[in-house]
Design a protein around this ligand. Structure first.
Ligand code: TRP
Length: 419
């Protein structure tokens, strides 16, 4: 297994704050693992992944960008034994186009779908965005119509990440909760048992009852019980790839699991032959870091707020991509930034954002290693490494746009269908 380009360990601590709603400061990921109680993704576990799936772990796993998990071990065991498994992830649609940071976990989920050859369920958290973009807390007020339109645009980007449309179920949370009785009953039953205090302890003060309901849907979507059209009454093991800020939702899901029935109490009440045996399978997680903004390690790439201008969107043209990289990417040149000093001291791959972006987006390990060496010893200049990044990102975005243009209304209808 390659050991190149270990994850950087930026000096963290200055005001880092990670909640599902905001990420500020330089994130200390070791501390988050402790704070959230997740486990580190170790080389041994990657070996086990490779052995059981007979696939090379994704470069984001090998390079420590997917860095943590909850009971991935047990998920792999279940898969090895031939138990039914599925993947779940989601998106809150607020912008027309996805950006590079969104693409990471989504494309990774498509990779896992090809590894496990399994169903993916994808939650469009449109109601979450509706409740949180209500014109308070400095957020714009978005209409449901506007959010739905973003969701539709995002759907094309998501499908273009390479999902198998035959095994992918995407749903608008609003529509599905109104249309699928079993799903809504599940949400209502969890609302009966979760103390309000608990939601507040995990998510902090929330403004409205609507905001309070969102975590329940994000959590219950991690159980096969939410998809009677896919799994019937059968339990299936769920693995959820997500960025670390989403972890509280899945702590909640794991809390709920032992206290829920495998089907609605309505069904059990109507059919006395059904056993009242409690307990669902706790969801498993594989967790990634945030894509840092091009400007340096504070915060994350984002379509809103301070990093908006430097964020590269999947809809950007080659000239916009080149401009953003040249204008915003923080360079880790050696010494005082002069050419002479750079040659003398070499570049710093830990702080150089073009290099850090290559760790995320350049798949070729050999090339990355060459670039790492030649930049670190001062042979490759900051300008040259930026140039390489421009090429890599332009190619990635252009390819993505091509695949996106092939997503037809029929394919969208197919993945949204409950048939
Ligand atoms: N809450 C996420 C967001 O704000 C969207 C989301 C819904 C999600 N379900 C998920 C993310 C499951 C990861 C996994 O974008």
């Amino acid at each position: 297994m390659s050991t190149i380009a270990l994850p950087p360990s930026p000096k963290a601590g200055s005001g880092d704050g990670v909640t599902p709603f905001k990420v500020t400061g330089i994130v200390n990921y070791d501390r988050l693992i402790e704070q959230f109680g997740t486990e580190p993704l170790t080389p041994e576990l990657l070996d086990k992944f490779a052995r059981i799936t007979k696939r090379e772990p994704h470069h984001l796993m090998r390079r420590g960008i997917f860095f943590s998990h909850r009971q991935l071990n047990e998920f792999l065991d279940a898969y090895e034994k031939g138990h039914p498994v599925f993947l779940y992830t989601g998106r809150g649609p607020t912008s027309d186009s996805l950006h590079l940071g969104h693409i990471l976990p989504i494309e990774f989920t498509a990779y896992l779908q090809s590894v496990f050859d399994c169903i993916v369920v994808f939650q469009m958290a449109d109601d979450e965005k509706y409740y949180f973009n209500d014109g308070t807390d400095g957020k714009k007020e978005l209409s449901f119509e506007e959010i739905t339109r973003c969701g539709r645009e995002n759907t094309k980007d998501i499908i273009a990440c390479g999902f198998n449309s035959k095994k992918t179920f995407m749903f608008s949370n609003r529509e599905y909760s109104l249309g699928c009785r079993e799903y809504q009953l599940f949400a209502l039953e969890t609302m009966r048992i979760i103390p309000e205090k608990k939601i507040r302890a995990i998510f902090g003060e929330l403004n409205t009852v609507g905001q309070m309901m969102c975590p329940f849907y994000q959590a219950i979507a991690a159980f096969s019980r939410s998809y009677p059209h896919l799994f019937g009454d059968k339990l299936a093991y769920c693995l959820v790839p997500y960025a670390i800020d989403q972890d509280p939702y899945f702590r909640l899901a794991r809390d709920i699991a032992p206290r829920m029935y495998p089907c609605s109490s309505e069904k059990i009440d109507l059919d006395p032959t059904r056993k009242r045996k409690m307990g669902l399978l706790k969801p498993h997680s594989i967790i990634c870091k945030f894509l840092p903004p091009l400007t340096g390690f504070a915060g994350k790439a984002s379509s809103t707020g301070a990093n908006k201008d430097s964020t590269i969107f999947m809809s950007d043209t080659p000239s916009v991509i080149a401009k953003k990289i040249k204008k915003y990417a923080f360079s880790g040149g050696g010494g005082d930034g002069s050419m002479a000093d750079h040659v003398k001291y070499g570049g710093n791959i830990e702080t150089d954002m073009p290099f850090q972006y290559l760790r995320h987006f350049l798949r070729d390990d050999v090339k990355l290693e060459e670039i790492s060496k030649s930049f670190a010893n001062g042979e490759m200049t900051c300008g040259q490494i930026k140039e390489i990044l421009v090429q890599v990102i332009t190619e990635l975005v252009t390819e993505h746009q091509k695949r996106r243009s092939l997503v037809t209304d029929e394919i969208i209808a197919e993945v949204y269908s409950t048939k």
